[in-house]
Design a protein. Structure first.
Length: 216
């Protein structure tokens, strides 16, 4: 990005509260594959986030994201700990906004991504209680937010990658440690005279999640 009338932004170490769950509506069917299909949701938000400009002005900031998805797992073997792969399709959103209505509002990168998620995940047992988990999704944006309205002919794509470990700590209960990386990348077609001029932009979100899964 080469526009000089937009401010770069970065933040690190922001605590997020996350919760989610899933249901298996076809568990009663006893049909292979179908009985394990799950409708899941998750939601995360930053309960307290304030941004600051270089000259010390504080701006109340909002960050949240969520997903609704259908996941269809297939176990590659008859053993309960055989490797498992799954296909995922769903709808998600990610919002990052600032409570600013003054002149600064035209310079800061407010986004509201809404997207279709399509991807795959896998899980491999590393031992009796330990598992390795990985996932990769393509994110097809349906909407993007006000920052992209400032540029001509934006083309936006996104990806999400996750890598984690699961540790069984009790019956039907696991402790999770997951590294999550989300990236939106875009290109623009500026012409001389545009108020904002850039060839493209990059929006990155990384997180480390520690949580408990119950009822596998």
């Amino acid at each position: 990005m080469i526009a000089t009338n937009l401010r770069p932004y970065d933040v690190a170490g922001v605590p997020l509260v996350t919760f989610g769950g899933d249901i298996r509506p076809f568990a009663w069917s006893r049909v292979p594959v179908l009985e394990h299909a799950a409708l899941g949701f998750d939601y995360a938000f930053a309960p307290s986030l304030t941004s600051s400009t270089d000259d010390g002005n504080d701006i109340r900031t909002s960050w949240d994201h969520g997903d609704l998805a259908l996941r269809v797992p297939v176990r590659l073997g008859k053993h309960a700990r055989a490797p498992q792969i799954a296909m995922t399709i769903g709808y998600g959103w990610l919002g990052f906004s600032f409570a600013e209505t003054g002149p600064l509002a035209a310079e800061i990168p407010t986004v509201t991504y809404r997207f279709v998620r399509v991807g795959a995940s896998g899980e491999v047992a590393l031992g009796k209680r330990l598992s390795l988990m990985a996932a990769f999704d393509y994110l097809a944006p349906l909407s993007d937010g006000s920052v992209y309205e400032r540029f001509r002919d934006p083309t936006i794509n996104g990806i999400d990658a996750r890598l984690g470990l699961g540790l069984g700590i009790a019956k039907d209960t696991r402790l999770h440690l997951i590294f999550d990386y989300t990236r939106f990348f875009s290109s623009f077609v500026p012409i001389p005279g545009d108020a904002y001029v850039a060839g493209g932009a990059l929006d990155q979100f990384g997180s480390v999640k520690l949580g408990i899964e119950y009822g596998r």
